[in-house]
Design a protein around this ligand. Sequence first.
Ligand SMILES: Nc1ncnc2c1ncn2[C@@H]1O[C@H](COP(=O)(O)OP(=O)(O)OP(=O)(O)O)[C@@H](O)[C@H]1O
Length: 471
Amino acid sequence: MASDSWAQAVDEQEAAAESVDDKPKAEANGAKTEGDGEKREDDDKDDKAAQSLLNKLIRSNLVNTTNQVEVLQRDPTSPLYSVKSFEELRLKPQLLQGVYAMGFNRPSKIQETALPMMLAEPPQNLIAQSQSGTGKTAAFVLAMLSHVDPENKWPQCLCVSPTYELALQTGKVIEQMGKFYPEVQLVYAIRGNKLERGTKLQEQVVIGTPGTVLDWCQKLKFIDPRKIKVFVLDEADVMIATQGHQDQSIRIQRMLPKTCQMLLFSATFEDTVWNFAKRIVPDPNIIKLKREEETLDTIKQYYVICNSKEEKFQALCNIYGAITIAQAMIFCHTRKTAGWLAGELSREGHQVALLSGEMQVEQRAAVIERFRDGKEKVLVTTNVCARGIDVEQVSVVINFDLPVDKDGNPDNETYLHRIGRTGRFGKRGLAINMVDSRFSMNILDRIQEHFNKKIEKLDTDDLDEIEKIAN
Ligand SMILES: Nc1ncnc2c1ncn2[C@@H]1O[C@H](COP(=O)(O)OP(=O)(O)OP(=O)(O)O)[C@@H](O)[C@H]1O
């Protein structure tokens, strides 16, 4: 889907970065100092799960959207309900309390329609797609908790997530939402959680990864799949990217009773996801929410002319000396530049976080959490590390190197995603581009042309001028 393809485009760009680095014209864009055969970011395998996790971690609240949901009902003649408040859903008081304690005042766009469908009697199956951060997890957690009978001490709701870390994240939401409903218990079916043979689980909700869930249902028989009332498959697009998960999920689904409510969620909806979804969810209702397009309308864009990476660093220091920057993200072309820059900035006394390709996902998650919590004010990163990260909360974005594709052409989509903000909710932002050669000037010109938006020149030796950009 075109609107969701930025991540793919970024992947392609990064995958091509090496060949760009080999080209003389690309060297001029900041890659020249890195051409030493180090392991590049692009060697890293596309890791959708890591991306999804990091995105969840950096986001502090709901992604707003002005788009309307598209609904395809299984039975088009039945009335379509949508709610504007959580009260209308007639939730159990303990759950309503949980919802409010999480700070939710009203249902999100997707929740308005998805919740009544999921809570209807008899239960309805649902396939729902909307970008990350629009409230899908909260929605299905509420549906699962609503369907549990706390008197029954066996698993009734089963949720599968693509990875250990994502399962833990969703588990946290279940725990938070169910905080005032202690009779309902949760268990994690994930690696490392070893139960004695012969155990029969008493917990009503199970969250886990496909392999462990399948073992617990089939081989170890901790769970009786015939007693499951709600089955959730989360992050279907991430799920199918992992070898074997698709198959395992289908095998789990086949063990469930016909009456079990099947729910599937995905951030994107390419054909592969759709084909998988149809195998998991029979007779579905379908809800789709288009991704909010990003724009550059609320962003002030500047460029700075420099001759070397040292000069770019000096320009950066001048900018920092002249204006107060709450939090900034700085994008570099390679891991090596990012490392160098982070070192230089720390030497100058800045609190710097570095996201680097060789870090494990847990380490990246820790860096992002610290940045999100404001412990560090500058996040230096390469594209691969930052793809999928929501930059909305960051007021200043600096392109230490401009984004280029494999042919050495401007990568407009990546530029837009790094800098852009969505719709009318977007806060104002400031973007500064470092230009260090004729090649990168040409890239900048073409980016201006593409978006038909002027990028102003900034003289970073003139403090008064820099101060003006902050106003
Ligand atoms: N109705 C609501 N009101 C306010 N905040 C909400 C609401 N629903 C969810 N949120 C919050 O918005 C953020 C995103 O929600 P959620 O994680 O459910 O989205 P998602 O679509 O599942 O995203 P992802 O695919 O990344 O998991 C979370 O911080 C969540 O606590």
